[in-house]
Design a protein around this ligand. Structure first.
Ligand code: SF4
Length: 175
């Protein structure tokens, strides 16, 4: 999972307000690609945020680099709607090398408990035939990964605040 920092879309009820400020350490695309490859891209890479499409050139370069390498499946989670992406050549280019885009603003009133859409108004948009919406139907609402060094990483569609008492160094939620 790659998290991008910075989002100005302002969905009410967003689970990741700490990712909204466009601040923090700046990573280069080659640096992030190298880290992803070193970790083992496995069956796929998911890019979330924050808002990946507010860094469209970097996202395009990241996806293209993976395509030229191990060619893992690439899923992009974005708050932009498909129509917004399709009418903007820069945004369209940013997801051209992805396999699946999960597109649209999060709507708390339409929250879903499983899958990658977060809320039912969001759209699975397959760019290639690699994945279908059914492939993500059983993704749980949340997941806690505890590494050998005790580091706990919380991911998923809803933060599990209060469920985990951790001494780990990194615990964060994802949308
Ligand atoms: S749900 Fe996603 S797109 Fe919406 S404000 Fe939060 S990070 Fe931004």
């Amino acid at each position: 999972m790659v998290w991008t920092q910075g989002c100005s879309l302002g969905c009410a009820g967003c689970f990741n307000p700490e990712t909204h400020a466009p601040a923090g350490p700046v990573r280069t695309v080659p640096d992030v690609v190298a880290e992803v490859l070193a970790a083992g891209a496995g069956d796929g890479v998911t890019v979330s945020g924050g808002e990946p499409l507010e860094q469209p050139e970097a996202l395009a370069a990241f996806c293209a680099a993976l395509r030229q390498g191990p060619d893992p499946g690439i899923v992009v989670l974005t708050g932009f709607a498909r129509a917004e992406i399709e009418r903007d050549p820069v945004l369209a280019a940013a997801v051209a090398d992805a396999d699946m885009v999960v597109a649209g603003r999060y709507n708390a009133r339409l929250h879903l408990g499983a899958g990658l859409r977060g809320s039912s108004n969001k759209e699975y948009w397959p760019i290639t035939a690699r994945y279908s919406a059914e492939d993500f139907g059983t993704v749980p609402e949340g997941e806690i990964l505890i590494a050998a060094d005790g580091t706990a990483t919380i991911t998923g569609m809803r933060p599990m605040t209060g469920m985990l008492r951790t001494t780990g160094k990194d615990a964060r939620g994802a949308r």
